[in-house]
Design a binder for this molecule. Structure first.
Ligand code: GRF
Length: 186
């Protein structure tokens, strides 16, 4: 089996968590950045940082075909751990089964609360005084796998979804590299 310390980070957009994972890497190495969006800003950053990248525009591509190609790329780069970082495409059940126990994700809430999208607006609408972020294993059920680590963030009375997102994102950038390092060492 491939070395768990060889990590692929999957992105669809700006890739700020991917960048934090690269810049704070300890115990693991980001050996590939993969994306389903050719215009993902994070891809440019990864290329300029000299990290191997793989991309295929997933628009109109059947899920199984896309994930099979992704798996080949992961195998070509001898990847042992897959870290999702703003990867906005559902993984096929076959992919999740094949990589079972080796896919991690970061989610912008204190799981198991606020699974799914638009977490910050829902946290504000519910009048919460605290939120945060969670790193967890990926299973077939959305945002429901074993929790590997979490970090709490206060909600301020003046917060908007944007200000809350920024505060949680800063916590994500500290939590994810630390939780991933611990995960690959276990
Ligand atoms: C982060 O908030 C992460 O928790 C969520 O998607 C966002 C990705 O942001 N899963 P970035 O691309 O890492 O900047």
């Amino acid at each position: 089996m491939a070395d768990p310390a060889r990590v692929a980070v999957l992105i669809s957009g700006r890739g700020s968590n991917m960048r934090a994972l690269v810049e704070q890497a300890q115990s693991y190495r980001v050996a590939l950045v993969a994306s389903n969006k050719p215009l993902a800003a994070g891809l440019d950053w990864a290329r300029s940082a000299g990290i191997p990248t793989w991309c295929w525009d997933s628009k109109g591509v059947p899920r199984e075909a896309f994930d099979a190609a992704l798996t080949r790329a992961l195998q070509d780069h001898e990847i042992g751990t897959v870290a999702l970082a703003g990867y906005m495409r559902l993984l096929s059940p076959g992919f999740v089964a094949q990589w079972s126990g080796r896919i991690v994700n970061i989610h912008p809430s204190l799981l198991p609360a606020y699974r799914g999208l638009d977490t910050h607006a829902r946290v504000l609408a519910a009048g919460e005084t605290e939120t945060g972020c969670t790193v967890h294993l990926v299973t077939e059920e959305l945002d429901a796998g074993r929790i590997l680590g979490s970090s709490k963030v206060p909600v301020e009375p003046s917060d908007t979804p944007a200000t809350l997102e920024a505060r949680v994102l800063a916590a994500e950038h500290r939590l994810y590299p630390a939780a991933l390092a611990k995960f690959v060492r276990q």
